[in-house]
Ligand binder design. Structure first.
Ligand code: PEP
Length: 255
């Protein structure tokens, strides 16, 4: 059984006041839920991480970073290492989010280095993959996602690869209000699991948690989570409202 995992990516939102308030409000609701049944993480902007780790202490909400650099330390102005993220009390980091791929311009070679660095630095990477609208419309979804998974996992032993959570996020569904149908999402999740079985082995693939992300809301979360190969949700916009995020967490328990 794969334990559901719901993560809230705050992107470049919140501030020193609203972030702690948000995580505390989620934490209060979360203590009333069955915390054995779901893992929850929030992913705030870098500068607030220590503050959010502190504000989340009373709950069992984990905290992650939105990105890392692949070197441990040195002359890399503006960058943050996995060790630093770990040092402030985080467990997770995103790697290869679509906004980093398509707004900042990160490619799979760089993302692969970040995945290695995250694991070597003691973090659990949430590795995001997903196709653009034109790639889906051209019938290339499977090809694109397969290429990303293969390149982003390159060189990872099975032991190390077990630290990864995958997030399938079709780029056309992120922040657009246009969710993939549960069937569309399930199809890609099943394809990814089969691919992982080939890259590693079946038991590895069976254990891997694969989140769906892309305009997840309280009213579509349950149906998405009912799909056989959807094990969690990566939530952007709706994670900025405590009630919505809690409703999504509850829906994942009920699914
Ligand atoms: C995301 O940021 O990964 C995301 C899925 O955003 P949204 O839920 O707003 O589409």
């Amino acid at each position: 059984m794969r334990k559901p995992f719901i993560a809230g990516n705050w992107k470049m939102n919140t501030d020193g006041h609203s972030g702690p308030e948000l995580v505390k409000a989620v934490g209060q609701g979360f203590t009333q839920l069955d915390r054995e049944k779901v893992d929850v993480a929030v992913i705030p902007p870098f500068v607030y991480l220590a503050q959010i780790v502190n504000a989340a202490k009373a709950s069992r909400i984990a905290v992650g970073a939105q990105d890392i650099f692949y070197e441990q330390k040195g002359a890399f102005t503006g960058e943050i290492s996995a060790n630093m993220i770990k040092d402030v009390g985080c467990n997770y980091c995103l790697c290869g989010h679509s906004e980093r791929r398509h707004v900042i311009g990160e490619g799979d070679e760089l993302i692969n280095k970040k995945v290695h660095a995250a694991i070597n630095g003691g973090l659990l990477p949430i590795l995001c993959v997903g196709e653009l609208l034109e790639e889906r419309e051209a019938g290339n979804t499977e090809q694109v996602v397969e290429r990303q998974v293969k390149k982003d996992f390159a060189g990872l032993s099975v032991e190390k690869a077990r630290a990864v959570t995958l997030a399938y996020e079709p780029v056309w569904a992120i922040g657009t209000g246009r969710t993939a149908t549960p069937q569309q999402a399930q199809e890609v999740h099943a394809m990814i699991r089969e691919l992982l079985a080939g890259l590693y082995d079946k038991s590895f693939a069976d254990d891997m948690r694969i989140q769906y992300g892309g305009s997840v809301k309280p009213d579509n979360a349950k149906e998405l989570m009912q799909q056989q190969d959807i094990d969690g949700l990566l939530v952007g916009g709706a994670s900025l409202k405590a009630d919505d995020f809690l409703a999504i967490i509850k829906a994942s328990i009920a699914a």
